[in-house]
Design a protein around this ligand. Structure first.
Ligand SMILES: [Zn+2]
Length: 460
């Protein structure tokens, strides 16, 4: 009894820890706002994805460039209607400050359209742009630029809203959503050109732009290719780093500053596929793009750079028995291997011998016959029909990852998940530049635009 009383007394005299919210930061008044803000979003990038890239590229003693940023925070990502978010609800939270339902883009849980920080920058007379390796109409960029109720069916609407909005830079994939098939027989591109946009379609054309006031570049009908497959495909698409350089070149003409969102969308896609090799290459290009942007920012030191993620995908981790060398030797993405299977096989179900030899050719791994039979079974839905090609890539990736003991969610967990294997693990944020010290501690994803509005004196 005595012990209990003493313990109670002791606890009651302990001061409660005072958690100072960065949103109440008192030093804010004294610091002038940055001229520009650039947000880099690694879609699906958790600490595991970062660790894979670091160890694969530089070994256990090495570091990625993003590690050199002076301020780091952790972000909670759950959405309004689910304990695990999708990219639409996560990006809406980051872009607008409102938690919404999965699949909603720039729409609150009551169905009301909400403005993003990109809209706020535009309204205040600054230039704005988006860059992505996904489609420019996909959930992450669209949450900054548009409002649609359903992310997948809404992509043609997003293209229309982009045309109406007059944003200064739009670079990425998703050409098909601007064409006749998705726009009732109309092609939107000539209308962009009429409004003064320069339109480019490949790396060379983008590299040559010099005096563009407004720029739209669409480099693929759908997503840009994985970096791992670039050489094999001899692709004419620009890299993320070239797109970012050119976006900045157009936006920095603004005397009042600019806002740019740069997304590496395929970090998420590689993660869904449990494709460690593609993930590694996407992460390194992302890190290189950030380094190059940081170098540009050194001329004036007036740009706030935030590197963050919208959510984690597939619970990636660097496990002890994983065969890093064998994973590094894989020569194609699992998406590419799935496309080869599709092209070389006459009909489904695929022949086990051909599946085995195609996987061996690109991954270097000899897979046991029994597992090949199981893989072919997993490529079939309940009606006995072949699943979509990207999901065949998911199955191949999961099989390779398990063969090489790589740390990732089991395929059965992904199968039961409405987000295809996202997790609600906290994700990191790295900050550099004026007022970057405000981004610290544990934040909610909705705090990010609130802090930006506060420090830019934008109405919240
Ligand atoms: Zn995803």
């Amino acid at each position: 009894m005595m012990k209990k009383i003493i313990l109670f007394f002791f606890i009651s005299i302990l001061p409660f820890p005072t958690i100072s919210s960065p949103l109440n930061h008192s030093s804010l008044q004294k610091i002038s706002p940055p001229q520009n803000i650039i947000i880099f979003i690694g879609d699906g990038m958790g600490l595991g994805q970062i660790e894979v890239a670091r160890q694969f590229e530089y070994g256990k003693h090495g570091s990625l460039f993003i590690e050199s940023f002076p301020h780091v925070a952790l972000i909670k990502t759950h959405s309004h209607d689910n304990h695990v978010t999708d990219s639409a609800a996560a990006a809406t939270a980051i872009a607008t400050g409102v938690k919404t339902n999965n699949h909603s883009v720039g729409i609150d849980p009551n169905g009301k359209e909400i403005d993003s920080i990109l809209d706020d920058f535009k309204k205040s007379g600054r230039k704005v742009g988006i860059v992505t390796t996904s489609t420019v109409t996909d959930a992450t960029p669209a949450s900054f630029t548009a409002s649609v109720h359903e992310r997948y069916q809404g992509q043609p609407q997003v293209a229309r809203q982009l045309l109406a909005s007059n944003f200064d830079v739009i670079l990425g994939g998703g050409m098909k959503y601007f064409g006749a098939k998705y726009q009732n027989g109309e092609n939107l591109i000539p209308q962009f050109e009429k409004k003064g946009y320069t339109f480019v379609q490949n790396e060379k054309e983008l590299g040559n732009i010099s005096n563009s006031e407004k720029l739209i570049g669409l480099f693929h009908q759908s997503f840009l290719n994985f970096n791992l497959d670039r050489q094999m495909l001899d692709t004419q698409e620009p890299t993320l780093s070239l797109m970012t350089t050119k976006a900045i070149q157009v936006l920095e003409k603004s005397e009042d500053g600019f806002f740019l969102m740069v997304e590496s969308g395929r970090i998420d896609h590689a993660s869904h596929s449990a494709d460690f090799t593609s993930l590694w290459k996407e992460m390194i290009e992302f890190d290189r793009t950030i380094q190059q942007t940081w170098e540009w920012s050194q001329q004036k030191k007036d740009t706030l750079i935030l590197v963050l993620s919208d959510h984690e995908t597939m619970g990636f981790s660097v496990t002890e028995p994983m065969d890093i060398q064998k994973l590094k030797n894989i020569s194609a993405s699992t998406t590419y291997i799935a496309s080869v299977l599709n092209q070389t096989s006459q009909e489904f179900p695929y022949q086990p011998a051909s599946v085995k030899s195609i996987i061996k050719k690109y991954s270097g791994i000899d897979i046991h016959d029994e597992l090949i039979f199981k893989l072919i079974q997993n490529m079939t839905n309940e009606q006995g029909v072949l699943i979509p090609e990207y999901k065949v890539g998911w199955e191949i990736g999961s099989l390779i990852a398990s063969q090489l003991n790589a740390g990732v969610l089991d395929r059965r967990v992904r199968y039961q998940s409405s987000t295809g294997g996202h997790t609600s693990n906290m994700v990191p944020l790295f900050a550099y530049g004026p007022n970057s010290q405000l981004f610290h501690g544990v934040l909610n994803n909705t705090d990010i635009p609130k802090l930006i509005r506060l420090l830019m004196n934008l109405p919240s």
